[in-house]
Design a binder for this molecule. Structure first.
Ligand code: ATP
Ligand code: MG
Length: 373
């Protein structure tokens, strides 16, 4: 009799646990962000529907696995908030950057909350994962635009003020040069003034070009032809510097609406930057193209084997006037980004210091590009 009532109590208890589990699951499934319960061995005890959908896995493929395997996480070292929460028993948060299957940047805020035993030990951690990509993208874009606008305004002001006195310097030096006659010992000085005034005039007009709206004329063009024209122009430079130029073009690219002159300028800037960065063997620049019909995108990559770009400079290289070269003005990349964006595309960079840099131009095949910025 005793056994029977014990069975009954156990079954009741089991049912109760099952119901509590179901209730717990439906509560966390109702949360529209990610919830993951992790034990001290970093194994997943429970997840909600959001995580199941994002990982495209079933619950039984997820439960019992290590969190870093399932969450595609590179943080299981010292940066991991869950590790810190287990160690310190407090709430920790990090912003985690990932790439989606489509290759887009996705940002998650990951907060780790401790679940404590009576003794105060943390037995489990709840990770609360929120997709904050939209906010991060907006923040980045606002900073970029503000930077561009304020620097461009200063540049336009300075260029404008410098232009008139400079043309007076240049004209006066030319007058003096002539007046001195061919054998005068001071002619080398007037020559130096004229030459350097020309350099300054070129810089000023480049600045003014940069700050003026850029009118573009779009025509259906073959990207490979446009690339070849620019690269042909640089053939001698490649040869002289012993840099190997490798072309990996995908066949069957559709023609694009391009302003050939401006896009040629972008290809020229990227190739020149690569030439300036490769100074140790193997010296290579690979220019490749890829076509993604389903995304209506063409990607052009300039991948070099140069010195690469330090992490702290990655956000700065597209800002106007940022340069690490003694003779650089720092307008090449910002100008190129502006041109690509007018075409409705994007220009981004990837790099590992010491292993070269890759500049990636993504261009739409159908979208209408803007006519002026
Ligand atoms: N392929 C590359 N490899 C390594 N660093 C690069 C590369 N391309 C650009 N950079 C970095 O980005 C900076 C900005 O490039 P950008 O083309 O805008 O200016 P710049 O080349 O310095 O001057 P310029 O106005 O003459 O082009 C460079 O000074 C360099 O530090
Ligand atoms: Mg440059």
């Amino acid at each position: 009799m005793g056994g029977y009532s014990q069975d009954k109590t156990e079954r009741k208890l089991e049912r109760h646990i099952l119901e509590s589990k179901k209730m717990f699951q439906s509560i966390i499934d109702g949360i529209t962000d990610g919830v993951v319960l992790i034990d001290r061995e970093y194994k997943i005890v429970a997840v909600n529907e959001f995580i199941r959908q994002r990982t495209e896995k079933d619950f039984n493929e997820i439960l019992g696995k290590h969190c870093w395997e399932i969450l595609n996480c590179a943080l299981h070292g010292s940066g991991c908030p869950t590790r810190k929460t287990f160690e310190k028993g407090e709430v920790f948060e990090v912003i985690h950057r990932n790439l989606s299957n489509e290759g887009d940047e996705v940002y998650y805020s990951v907060r780790a909350f401790p679940l404590k035993e009576e003794s105060g030990n943390v037995s489990q951690v709840v990770e609360y994962i929120k997709d904050i990509s939209e906010g991060e993208r907006l923040k980045k874009e606002t900073i970029r635009i503000e930077k561009l606008t304020s620097t461009a305004e200063i540049a336009a002001g300075v260029a404008h003020e410098v232009r008139n006195p400079l043309s007076i310097v240049s004209a006066s030096a030319q007058y003096l040069h002539k007046a001195l006659g061919p054998n005068h010992p001071c002619r080398e000085f007037t020559e130096a003034i004229i030459k350097n005034a020309h350099t300054l005039e070129a810089i000023v007009s480049e600045l003014l070009n940069f700050t003026r709206p850029l009118p573009i004329t779009l025509e259906l063009k073959d990207v490979h032809e446009c690339l070849d024209k620019t690269l042909k122009f640089l053939e001698k430079k490649f040869f002289e510097q012993g840099v190997q130029l490798i072309k990996e073009y995908q066949a069957g690219l559709p023609p694009l609406m391009l302003d050939e002159r401006h896009m040629g300028q972008v290809f020229l800037n990227l190739a020149l930057n690569a030439l300036q960065a490769v100074n140790q063997d193997p010296k290579k620049l690979t220019v490749s193209t890829e076509y993604y019909p389903e995304k209506r995108q063409i990607i052009v990559k300039f991948k070099d084997t140069g010195s690469g770009i330090p992490e702290e400079n990655m956000v700065k290289i597209f800002a106007p006037f940022f340069s690490t070269r003694s003779k650089g003005i720092g307008l090449g990349l910002s100008m190129s980004q502006k041109i690509v964006e007018i075409h409705g595309g994007s220009l981004t960079a990837e790099s590992t210091v010491g292993h070269g840099a890759t500049f990636i131009i993504t261009l739409p095949t159908r979208e209408r590009a803007k006519t002026v910025l």
